[in-house]
Write a protein that binds this ligand. Structure first.
Ligand code: ZN
Length: 142
């Protein structure tokens, strides 16, 4: 595994809409492993592929900050299918260091996508996980 460079705004890759992952192969699996290592190294709770220069729809999230490997979430081609409530919290972004911004988001989201084995997954996130999912999915829209 290796630690990747995290792009900073206003890098054009961060502004582009990311493409669907067409095929989950070894390249995608290696990228996911590298993204997880990069996220933990940077002490972030999430990282989207465009942040490491890959304009594809994959995100990794770990709200346990590396404490619990079972909590690492890898989502490929994720789509939020349901959201409710409202929560406002201060968010930071690894691509915009030193800026923390108050953002209002849904309190609870249901997201569907695929895991690294190509299996359909559905995750319901609340609180920090809900915020992280919404934040990382925003990166896929540019
Ligand atoms: Zn971010």
């Amino acid at each position: 595994m290796s630690i990747l460079e995290i792009l900073q705004f206003p890098d054009p890759v961060l502004r582009a809409r990311a493409a669907d992952v067409e095929k989950i192969d070894d390249r995608i699996r290696k990228l996911a492993a590298d993204m997880i290592e990069t996220m933990h190294h940077a002490e972030g709770v999430g990282l989207a592929a465009p942040q490491v220069g890959e304009s594809i729809r994959m995100v990794v999230i770990d709200t346990s900050a590396g404490e619990n490997p079972d909590e690492i979430l890898i989502l490929i081609n994720p789509v939020i299918v349901q959201s409710d409530g409202e929560a406002s919290c201060e968010e930071g972004c690894l691509s915009v260091p030193e800026l923390r911004e108050r953002v209002t988001r849904a309190e609870r989201v249901k997201v569907q996508g695929y895991d690294l084995a190509g299996r359909a997954v559905e995750v319901v996130g609340e609180e920090l996980l809900a915020i992280a999912i919404q934040h990382e999915l925003d990166h896929l829209e540019g």
